[in-house]
Design a binder for this molecule. Structure first.
Ligand SMILES: [Zn+2]
Length: 466
């Protein structure tokens, strides 16, 4: 199309035409499995070569705006980022990234006219051949730049070369994914700049935060933050260990009980699989952890209660099982089911108001299992009573098997341990609970008869005959 320019311009026009025709004819859908696996990395290399050109040209924009003749400024661009953004229609952050990477990889021209080496020659070489992607290059450049002022240039160059070898792959090992490149570069940087970590850590520590955002229209509360490394790691370990350990619907044998799962007309199998996403599972694990943490400092007069979670609900809504409650400080109503679960675990206090809103009477705390009841139930159940769930007792809530509204007592014979996730779905999920002679029994997928259930070591040692 363009008739101006150099041989390189002609090559670019030729490449555009070639790639356009290639894109039209190279449908991946027709490939065999093996050809597809071979094709994907080759296409990636093609993209990387183009990316190399993108960053080198973006960096040149920066040269030109800073140069003796500001032709971009003359053309009306406010900055190199502005010029790249407008010329390519990418976001400002992407333009800035291309410039940053391009600058680190560009060869310079000295005043004498001699070409000077790029700041990171090994990375530049690997990007130029398509062996290293811009994303990985960016990771390496950022980390190496951070220590470059404090490290011997020879050591830095060796680290750069080693990292490029790791990231781009060699004859001995395949290329590393960017996540692993990030881990490796941190290890290298720590090795060549051992003292650097401390000030960086102090800086990072000052940035620590945990914030609660404005409630969404659906009543969800956004949480975000930056945890210092050891807190974040502990948190992740705790959640991950729990998520792996706890799964819904384990311990069931679908194939072994053909047609046996409909004692009450519902398909017990259909609901038995854990259909929660990993993110939902992490959320539920956090709920268990908070449930445990909230019991650590039980106020003696409000036994088993979590500090400062107050729900307001009218007596009639609670009696009818219809209506809503309100969490203190939040405008979005919560369902009566959620109110009930909170009342089970945290207790409930009746406040009688007159029409004007004056407090007429204050009842005592009801419905909440006391710490000693909880200990007794823990000794009996050992943990969440749902088969296949390994949530430990300390992380469980106590559930009224016969609902309090239907006359169920707050008695050890009517309370079982359930993890937060199972407590949420005990009314709608596949499992049913009963307490003949005060011993928890379940019925559900893979357990079509009422089956005694426990994870308690003490109880398993006893004959389970009631
Ligand atoms: Zn459970």
């Amino acid at each position: 199309m363009s008739t101006r320019g150099t041989a390189a311009d002609e090559a670019i026009e030729g490449a555009i035409a070639l790639l356009a025709s290639l894109a039209a004819g190279a449908s991946p859908a027709v490939l065999s499995g093996r050809d597809f696996l071979e094709r994907v990395p080759r296409v990636e290399q093609l993209g990387r070569l183009v990316d190399g050109l993108r960053v080198s040209h973006a960096a040149e924009a920066a040269n030109r705006i800073d140069g003796p003749v500001d032709i971009l400024g003359a053309a009306g661009y406010a900055s190199a980022t502005d010029a790249v953004g407008q010329l390519t229609a990418v976001s400002e952050s992407e333009a800035a990234r291309r410039i940053r990477v391009g600058k680190a990889l560009a060869s310079g021209v000295a005043i004498s006219g001699a070409v000077t080496a790029p700041r990171y020659p090994a990375i530049a070489g690997a990007v130029a051949t398509g062996a290293l992607g811009v994303e990985a290059a960016d990771v390496l450049i950022r980390e190496l730049d951070a220590v470059a002022p404090r490290v011997d240039p020879v050591v830095l160059a060796e680290a750069e070369q080693g990292l490029v070898g790791l990231a781009a792959g060699t004859d001995d090992h395949p290329p590393l994914r960017v996540e692993l490149v990030r881990v490796q570069v941190k290890a290298f940087v720590l090795a060549i700049d051992p003292d650097g970590a401390r000030p960086r850590e102090q800086r990072a520590r000052r940035s620590r935060k945990l914030t609660f955002g404005a409630e969404t229209a659906d009543g969800l509360i956004p949480v975000s933050g930056l945890l210092v490394a050891e807190i974040g790691a502990t948190f992740k370990r705790l959640i991950d260990a729990h998520v792996r350990k706890v799964s819904f619907g384990d311990g069931t044998e679908r194939a072994g009980h053909p047609g046996g799962g409909s004692m009450d007309g519902t398909d017990l199998f259909a609901a038995s699989a854990d259909d929660r996403t990993p993110a939902q599972r992490r959320h539920d694990s956090l709920a268990d952890i908070l449930s445990a943490a909230s019991r650590v400092k039980d106020a003696p007069e409000l036994a088993g209660a979590a500090p400062a979670v107050i729900v307001t609900v009218t007596a009639s809504a609670l009696e009818d099982g219809r209506g809503v409650g309100y969490l203190d400080g939040h405008d979005t109503p919560i369902s009566i089911d959620a109110v009930e679960r909170l009342a089970d675990t945290r207790g409930m206090q009746t406040v009688t108001l007159d029409r004007a809103g004056r407090v007429l009477a204050l009842g005592s705390v009801q419905r909440c299992f006391t710490p000693s009841q909880r200990r007794a139930i823990t000794a009996r159940d050992g943990g969440c009573v749902i088969p296949g769930c390994a949530t430990p007792a300390g992380w469980c809530e106590v559930h009224h098997v016969i609902p309090w509204r239907e006359g169920g007592d707050t008695h050890t014979d009517n309370g079982v341990l359930l993890c937060w996730g199972h407590h949420q779905r005990i009314d709608t999920g596949p499992w049913r609970l009963s307490m003949p002679d005060g011993v928890p029994h379940v019925r559900g997928p893979g357990h079509h008869e009422w089956t005694p259930t426990t994870t308690s070591r003490v109880r398993r040692a006893l004959p389970l005959t009631g």
